[in-house]
Write a protein that binds this ligand. Structure first.
Ligand code: ARG
Length: 579
């Protein structure tokens, strides 16, 4: 149930009945900041009064008379200049909580299915996955999961960087290693190292650079030997990424990979399309599109190169081919691409070129989801102590190890093996949540202590809140699956929790529309906090609590646990029964 939408619709139906108000007049609704004012506030009376040249409080009174919220609200109060505060009815809330409990989607309404392409992760295969790709992987994964949960068809596209001139040098180096009877997986066990060695040879070794360049040409020309070497390289590198995906618990399969190389055959066609539209011109031997719309401050148009002088295509050409493929072949209604913010201008240009060149249907929306950088304690880009790039696998392993140490300091009746499993979920969850809970567009500082803390807005806190409810159930002796309670909401904290639970739908919707997982994180944190207050104020297992009260409160707790689990699951964070 989308409560916000429901209340807003009722207000919309009311205001259009007022003389002089248009059918599509805005119906501004907000969530109340303080529970004593109720849960929602309608703010439209002031604007309407201005438009109708009337008194806002009078208009508000008229709206209150017209609006039909009898089933939902226990009171509608006019405050200040003409705000209308809506207080939801406990009986209605009880019914909704009960309905959510029995619904598979926990009360979230499915939307009319659209096809959404999500471009995520997309590491460069020449090197090891580093922390920059943590964000594109987990933010993309969370958004894809949420959109899918709303009933849409999501097509994940891992636009891996598996093509480009550096592969000439890499496969030449690989060939030598293989000839020295090394197997590919061993030679490529450390990609960073491998890349470094190849680069040194490229810069210093006589003849190597020429050979590398030849290999690039051969590879592009489809030479079978080079292709075999390239495939070997790509294959091992993909396995490295898959190891990270597995650890990270993200939903990415091999079949989601549509690397840059896959677009190769389409590139000449894309340039031809642009030529046909007459938007491409030759500039210093290269084929370019000038974009007056994106001129710099000196009035010089932006230049989008689609073919290099002397031939050869670029990252930018590939993105046009991807756009065309996604819009026309995959029939995407929406394309969302997650990369760091430095590529924002690139995608702005790509969209403009694509729209002018007819490479994207008018009705396909093209969205770039930029994100900021992960910074070290010193506020500078995250590096090892010696200044090297941090491998993502190492970072994840360290987190699990740290979580294990912290958990060992706590009381626990778990076996060593179970503890290790909990440490894994907490360690990985902590890194992911610390990232996902920040508004993605800003940079953030990576901090082990805050992300692994059991207090505050962290994964361990949410995971702990979940196990807490699970433990209440174990103690209660009530079977959650067969719980059949008559829900009765009476206490203020109980009401607050019920309202929070019903706002799950609103949070999910916001994440889907704006591609902002942090909204779901904040929601889950508020939900947990709301549960903790409820738990303090509304005893369940204490002596003297009537059976029906106990069962009703257990039912609300159960929906809380299910919502927490579902929410964390959508974020790609695992839960456990005990901690
Ligand atoms: N491989 C690129 C990088 O690491 C990201 C690719 C994102 N997707 C795209 N369609 N350009 O920066």
């Amino acid at each position: 149930m989308n409560v916000f939408q429901l209340v807003q619709d009722r207000f919309r139906q009311a205001i259009v009945k007022i003389d002089g108000v248009e059918q599509n007049a805005p119906a501004p609704l907000a969530r109340s900041s303080r529970p004593e004012f109720g849960e929602y506030q309608f703010n439209g009376a002031m604007a309407l009064a201005k438009m109708l040249k009337s008194n806002p409080r009078q208009i508000a009174t008229q709206i209150v008379e017209l609006v039909n919220l009898d089933d939902v609200a226990e009171s509608l109060d006019i405050a200040g200049p003409g705000f209308i505060n809506v207080k939801l009815k406990p009986e209605w809330l009880s019914e909704q909580v009960a309905a959510s409990l029995t619904s598979e989607s926990l009360g979230v309404e499915k939307e009319q299915a659209k096809t959404v392409v999500v471009d995520l992760s997309s590491p460069n295969l020449a090197k090891e996955m580093h922390v920059g790709h943590l964000r594109s992987t987990i933010i993309g994964d969370a958004v894809a999961n949420v959109i899918e949960f709303l009933g849409h068809k999501v097509i994940r596209q891992n636009h891996m960087g598996d093509w480009g001139t550096q592969f000439g040098m890499l496969i030449a180096h690989l060939q030598d290693k293989l000839q020295a009877s090394e197997v590919a997986t061993t030679a490529l066990s450390d990609l960073e190292d491998f890349y470094r060695q190849a680069k040194i040879r490229f810069d210093e070794e006589e003849g190597f650079a020429d050979r590398a360049r030849q290999y690039v040409v051969k590879l592009q020309g489809g030479d079978p030997e080079c292709e075999t070497l390239w495939k070997k390289f790509i294959d091992v590198s993909i396995q490295h990424s898959e190891e990270v995906y597995e650890k990270l618990n993200v939903n990415l399969k091999r079949s989601d990979i549509m690397g840059e190389s896959a677009y190769n055959p389409m590139l000449p066609g894309v340039v031809a399309d642009l030529k046909e539209q007459g938007i491409v011109v030759e500039d210093q031997g290269a084929q370019v599109v000038f974009l007056e719309e994106l001129a710099n401050k000196d009035g010089e148009p932006a230049v989008y190169i689609v073919e290099k002088s002397g031939g050869g295509y670029l990252y930018s050409t590939t993105d046009l081919a991807a756009m065309k493929y996604r819009s026309f072949d995959l029939n995407a209604d929406r394309i969302i691409i997650f990369t760091d913010a430095r590529q924002a201008f690139h995608f702005k240009q790509a969209e403009l070129v694509g729209r002018k060149g007819g490479l994207i249907k008018d009705e396909t929306s093209y969205e770039h989801g930029p994100f900021g950088m992960m910074l070290g304690q010193d506020g500078k880009p995250f590096k090892t102590r010696t200044g090297g790039t941090i491998k993502l696998v190492d970072l994840l392993d360290e987190s699990v190890e740290r979580a294990g140490k912290l958990l060992a300091e706590r009381d626990s009746d778990l076996s060593a093996e179970e503890q290790q499993e909990v440490a894994r979920k907490v360690g990985i969850g902590a890194i992911k949540y610390a990232d996902l809970s920040k508004n993605r567009t800003t940079d953030y500082i990576f901090n082990w202590d805050t992300m692994l803390s059991f207090e505050g807005d962290t994964a361990p806190y949410l995971q702990y809140a979940y196990t807490r409810i699970k433990s209440i159930f174990r103690k209660s002796g009530v079977d959650a699956e067969s719980l059949n309670a008559d829900l009765k909401i009476t206490e203020a904290q109980e009401k607050a929790l019920a309202v929070k639970l019903l706002q799950f739908n609103e949070a999910i919707l916001t994440v889907s529309v704006n591609s902002t997982p942090h909204v779901l994180c904040s929601y889950l944190y508020e939900l947990s906090s709301s549960f903790m207050s409820f738990y303090e104020a509304c005893p369940m297992l204490k002596e003297g609590v009537a059976e029906d009260v106990k069962l009703s409160r257990l039912a609300i707790s159960l929906l809380t646990a299910k919502t927490l689990k579902k929410g964390l699951d959508l974020l790609g964070i695992e839960t456990m029964e005990r901690m």
